[in-house]
Design a protein around this ligand. Structure first.
Ligand SMILES: [Zn+2]
Length: 386
């Protein structure tokens, strides 16, 4: 039994009063970030050698800030501490040359969020109590039973929906041992083929993908139209200027596009979760290749980048699930996996991608290219762990 930290994302269904309140809270966090950042910039401007004000000094400044701007009192105070911590971290990264200069936050950015560390109480199957917001309707909370919530983030993204992301501490148990081992060869036509010859297809959501592409082009066209209309209006009306965000038709396309894209991403994630859970349940040792060494030069850019995203997610899931459930993941660098005969070890030379089946010139074994590669990967991994 081990204690692990899991991420849980719930949908929030705030009522109108809570929506107004949420935007105030997003704004408060942004306000504190921008105030503290402006102050840090000013100090540097006045004296480049001045001592940087750290996280705790900034927390100390919150009190006078709250007196000056009473609306800040409506926030969960822990969320303002989190803002200061993030800003201090951003500066630390800057000083260590690991990041750019922190930027001011805008109320127009697609994602708005705040993070707090207060206690969230599960009230019912679809209801939670959050600090300052009170009781709020959510999607199913059954993942949260017996879990300890470490921190929470409320967000609003381009889909126009509200979400609650939680980091929860929970206990997991080892899965029963099966004494089975498997090697996986990652591909593009199939996500993976294993050393037993089982194919795991790539995820496809054709209808949603078509909708997403369609709304993407509507989005670009409407944005272009809105830009032209805005320039014309602002040219003739010097006093009441419009902004791009005032064009509802474009805004709607933006949201619809984002919703389809989110839908595809969620379904892909569910699919990968199912695959990786099955693998971890069925095998004690899983061997995969280090994808950096994989030669994909002959493939189309787009197919490659999509496959890449899925592989990365797939590997990340396998990594933590193996750790949670007491299984072993071995990563080997894939060299010559499609050239070597898995039966006799003879290197049969390079093969172009269109050759799917071949016969070993040494031992005459007939091979399926991908299954042979998966077997080589498995053997390579077993050799590595002895
Ligand atoms: Zn052979």
């Amino acid at each position: 039994m081990t204690t692990v930290v899991k991420g849980v994302k719930l949908r929030l269904y705030p009522n109108q009063a809570q929506i107004d309140q949420l935007w105030q809270l997003f704004g408060n966090d942004r306000f504190v970030w921008n105030q503290m950042l402006a102050m840090a910039n000013k100090r540097y401007e006045n004296n480049p050698k001045s001592h940087f004000i750290g996280e705790y000094d900034m927390n100390y400044l919150l009190k006078p800030l709250k007196q000056e701007y009473p609306f800040l009192k409506s926030s969960d105070s822990t969320s303002l501490f989190v803002v200061n911590r993030n800003l201090a971290l951003a500066f630390k990264n800057l000083f260590q040359h690991q990041g750019g200069h922190p930027r001011f936050k805008s109320r127009h950015s697609a994602k708005q969020a705040y993070t707090g560390q207060s206690i969230c109480v599960v009230e019912a199957k679809r209801r939670l109590r959050l600090t300052k917001l009170g009781s709020i309707r959510t999607s199913k909370t059954n993942q949260l039973t017996d879990a300890k919530i470490k921190r929470y983030t409320v967000s609003h993204d381009a889909t126009g929906h509200y979400y609650l992301s939680l980091q929860v501490e929970t206990e997991v148990h080892d899965l029963p041992k099966t004494h089975q081992r498997v090697g996986l060869d990652m591909g593009i036509t199939n996500l993976a083929i294993d050393s037993n010859g089982v194919k795991y297809g790539t995820f496809k959501a054709k209808w949603f993908e078509k909708q997403a592409t369609c709304w993407q082009s509507k989005f670009s066209r409407r944005k272009r139209q809105a830009t032209v209309a805005m320039r014309q209006w602002n040219h003739h009306h010097k006093l009441s200027k419009l902004e791009l965000n005032d064009y509802q038709n474009w805004q709607r396309a933006k949201m619809t596009k984002a919703r389809y894209q989110a839908k595809i991403a969620n379904q892909r994630k569910d699919y990968l979760h199912k695959l990786t859970t099955d693998l971890v349940r069925n095998y004690d040792v899983i061997v995969i290749e280090d994808l950096k060494t994989k030669n994909l030069m002959h493939n189309h850019h787009l197919a490659k980048s999509i496959a890449n995203a899925s592989w990365y997610q797939f590997r990340t899931m396998l990594e933590y699930k193996c750790e949670w459930y007491g299984k072993q993941l071995v990563v080997v660098s894939a060299k010559n996996t499609s050239r070597i005969c898995s039966a006799c070890g003879h290197n049969d030379g390079a093969k172009t991608l269109d050759i799917r089946k071949w016969t070993c010139s040494e031992c005459r074994t007939h091979h399926d290219r991908d299954i042979n590669a998966a077997v080589n990967i498995l053997n390579c991994g077993l050799k590595a762990i002895g």
